[in-house]
Design a protein around this ligand. Sequence first.
Ligand code: ZN
Length: 505
Amino acid sequence: MEQSIARLREIDTEIRLLEHISALLGWDQETYMPEQAIAERSQQLALVQSMRHRRVTDEEVGRLLETAGVSDDQPKGDPALSPEDGAFLRALYREYARNAKLPNELVMRIAEKTSTGQAVWAKAREADDFGRFAPHLVEIIELTLEVAELIGYDDHPYDALLDEYEPWMKSADVKRIFDDLRGDLVPLVQQIGEAEQVDDSFLMRSYPAGEQEAFGRRILSDLGYDMRRGRLDVSAHPFTTTLGFDDVRLTTRYNERYFKTALFGTIHECGHGFYELGFDEGNRGSILASATSLGIHESQSRFWENVVGRSRPFWERHFEPLRETFPSQLRGVTLDDFYRAVNKVEPSHIRVEADEVTYSLHIILRFELELGLTSRKLSVQDIPEAWRERSRELLGIVPERDSDGPLQDIHWSMGGIGYFPTYSLGNLYAAQFTDALRADMPDLDDRIRRGDFPAILTWLRDAIHRHGAASTAGEIAASVTGHELDPSHFMEYLRTKYSDVYGLS
Ligand code: ZN
């Protein structure tokens, strides 16, 4: 058994090296690669990714896992195994089993279909024509359902899809959580809508990119992002990518006519980066030095972006320097004006621009449609109408154009069905973790005001980051907060914060 585990660790190291090489190629493609290099880059990426896939699904891995006595992804509690080996085998088994169930031929077909699907989606969005994308989406849904059947599930095909992004969570859990959330959010949004709207027009004055960048870097340094183990660059769509245990890179984008985009985007990615840089040193180069779920990942970005970055104490610390950087743009603007402006709530069509109160309603809409599509209760051609109906119910507004509706997100064209819920779960986890943090650190606001971010980061590392994939999301929630995911923490956070921002009674 010991020999099997040692060999599996060698293979694991190779797989992670290939993943990091692939991430480097991808990072470069999105940041500095010259335009003409795209064809060769696609070949390079395809080669490295297929090498990785072969390694992951190698028969040798299956044999070794069997010898080590692992035949499912449940925690064994095998007394012969150390907790480290148990967690390692569980994570590796999951990766092997999921991938080995999918024949190479199907993986290739999906890669092809989603690659053309993305190109068609981009054109359809530009032309604002859902009908153009629909036939491709039909095929993508069929392939996705094929995957679900091969992976297997108990209740709903969606379970098999969700499991890729949020391991061990079931669609029935998400549905129960989202039903609760929806019941509380819709009236809160209405109540805010009846209050006097916040003025954020000064955020749309001209903010030169160079000064935005300098200010963003100052914030990253204040938060304690370690630039000896990372970078900040520019890309069309902001992301965080891990090129190694000591190399986690962030990107952002600058909009000179809208101040919020770059700064809050940078803080968001910084939160993702903190998570990726916080794994246990002992798991360097292993599958355990990776995220346990996308919901947990997003909880870290949302925590830094919203709970810290959009808090009053944070701006008590940073508003003066900001006003010195942008004296004409912020002339006559008070700290209170600024704080309220960056927390403005307003139902809108585009998910990525949504505020933290309405954001989850965008996700609930998509989740409901995805459930309908994967149970064949909703057909692709009926999506635009179903979208408008739900948008009216949830947000009180109806998009006039498909590009403001079902064509706005890239996910479906990439076959990423089951991904959306993790964004919302991130908000919920973040609020629940914050309550636990506050219980341990009653002077949290004061620490934010003083810039004692190392203490906050240390707490997060110890409670969440260091575990990586060694603990499941559910195990982390239970150990940090004493119970499973519960949306009431998030609702309480919103009610308190927005009663203040909007003077609600
Ligand atoms: Zn994120």
